[in-house]
Design a protein around this ligand. Structure first.
Ligand SMILES: [Zn+2]
Length: 500
């Protein structure tokens, strides 16, 4: 008995002591001068089909070569001191989140910054465009990330301009942001005259503009006229196509009431004149105004039950964020105190029309990006971005194109298309190694992976294995484990404090 057990125990020990599979010698979070990813099937982000197996050579923070994996027979195969075996795996450009907010608190309660940063890396996100946060703190995070001092995606900082009281005040805010070295600016709640002045000043200084239009004085026509880089979400697009120029909301409607604002937001696309809407989309295409629709952030409006019971909440929802999601007028977008099947039906129709408009925009040559705006409305950082990709597939885009939206297109929105968003020699080494084929199933990108039933038993698979940002490999499951531990610890503290 014992004799038969010994080889088994020895083998088990050998497995326990062996280097992590497919991670030969690679330490998470360490920069190496030379890494080779071997035997990868590559989806390069440009919309072209998967190809491989290929070896990807990384020197410091650059991709220096992408060669057929069998090139070694002719002596060309590159030798690296470090290699990642990507046999059976897919390599994509690192995902870019074009609409994110750096959060270290929610509703006045602290939330560890690492919580968000590590979920992002676990989800394969190597770059985020921050469109509103504590600007000075986020500029410091941008520096730390660029210097490799913190495990974080690259950060582009677009501070919110707020509501300047005069065109000159708007210009001054842009100049102040430029002096702070902000990468761009985010507009929301800005009136037309101030918007015109701010855009003019931003163009002079070479700063890009993200606009959450809202149901306000300006519409997509102003973005077309003044030269906005990207319209965020979707408000302002149907509003630019209204027959009367005003929305037909109930007479009791109050925009300052978020319940009203979000409920009747679900009526906007049905109010748009379809022919006018096409003219708006054409105008956006001609003026190079991109569209970052953030479909996923509004999903609770069409299916609250689904959003509230996301399976990843069990282990990965921080109690601070959980608390923030509860209905509370003090917290932006926490308005689900009374949400009905009627509200959901309107929002389902709104999604159908919105998705059709996105398809029309693309057909006409429009540039579509991918962002999630997570941290609100039951949307969890990172997971929201993968969900966004699924919803863009639901809108009718092939997965190859959705991947292009999240990589090459987002790089264009950032003005970084010459160095980011593609798996190509001469590009920055921002890559993900995925356990599975995202062209077949975008769900393999979720860090919690997928379950397939084989011979009557569930087999767990999928997930990003490595997120390589600026040449530094981060082991995605390790990032996710850190997040789980952080959440467990915070929940434990919450328990001992008698709850929040
Ligand atoms: Zn936002």
């Amino acid at each position: 008995m014992l004799r038969t057990l010994i080889p088994f125990v020895m083998a088990a020990l050998a497995i326990a002591q062996a280097p992590r599979p497919n991670a030969t010698n690679v330490e998470s979070g360490k920069r190496y001068p030379h890494i080779v990813i071997r035997n990868a099937i590559v989806v390069d982000g440009s919309g072209t089909p998967a190809a491989g197996p290929k070896d990807i050579v990384i020197e410091n923070n650059m991709i220096t070569d992408v060669v057929p994996a069998d090139a070694g027979r002719g002596g060309r195969r590159s030798t690296g001191d470090i290699s990642i075996d990507a046999t059976g795996k897919y390599v994509l450009p690192g995902l870019i989140d074009a609409h994110a907010h750096v959060h270290d608190e929610r509703g006045g309660l602290p939330q560890p910054l690492d919580y968000e940063l590590k979920i992002w890396l676990a989800c394969g996100i190597t770059t985020v465009r921050d469109v509103g946060s504590d600007t000075r703190k986020t500029l410091e995070l941008r520096r730390k990330s660029a210097d490799g001092e913190v495990a974080s995606p690259r950060i582009f900082v677009y501070p919110m301009i707020g509501s300047p009281k005069s065109p000159e005040a708007a210009r001054q805010r842009i100049r102040d942001f430029h002096a702070l070295t902000a990468d761009g600016v985010k507009f929301t709640g800005i009136n037309r005259d101030e918007m015109e002045a701010a855009e003019d000043e931003a163009h002079k200084l070479g700063m890009r503009i993200a606009h959450h239009v809202g149901v306000e004085e300006t519409t997509a026509w102003d973005d077309i006229k003044f030269g906005t880089t990207s319209i965020e979400h979707w408000y302002g697009i149907p509003d630019a196509a209204l027959d009367d120029g005003v929305q037909h909301f109930p007479s009791t409607y109050n925009y300052s009431n978020e319940g009203d604002r979000f409920r009747y937001g679900g009526h906007l696309f049905r109010e748009a004149n379809p022919e006018k809407l096409l003219r708006v989309l054409d105008g956006m295409v001609q003026a190079n105004v991109a569209w970052d629709p953030t479909l996923s952030i509004y999903e609770a409006n069409r299916d609250l039950q689904r959003s509230k019971t996301a399976p990843w909440f069990k282990d990965y929802l921080h109690p601070t964020l959980e608390k923030y999601f509860e209905p509370n007028v003090a917290n932006h977008a926490s308005y689900f105190d009374h949400w009905t099947s009627t509200d959901e039906a309107f929002w389902k129709e709104n999604y159908r029309l919105w998705m059709a408009a996105l398809r029309e925009f693309d057909k006409r040559g429009g540039l579509i990006g991918v962002g999630d705006d997570a941290g609100f409305l039951y949307s969890l950082y990172g997971f929201g971005l993968i969900r966004e990709m699924e919803l863009q597939q639901e809108a009718g885009f092939p997965t190859l194109k959705v991947i292009q939206h999240a990589t090459t297109n987002n790089a264009k929105i950032l003005g970084q298309e010459a160095k980011m968003g593609k798996v190509r020699a001469g590009y920055l080494a921002d890559l993900i190694v995925v356990n599975g084929n995202p062209v077949e199933d975008l769900k393999v990108l979720y860090p919690t992976g997928i379950e397939t039933w084989v011979d009557g038993k569930p087999v767990h698979g999928g997930g990003v294995e490595w997120t390589i940002k600026d040449g530094i490999p981060y082991h995605a499951p390790t990032m996710l484990k850190d997040v789980k531990d952080m959440v467990a610890k915070a929940r434990g503290q919450k328990g001992t404090n008698g709850g929040m």
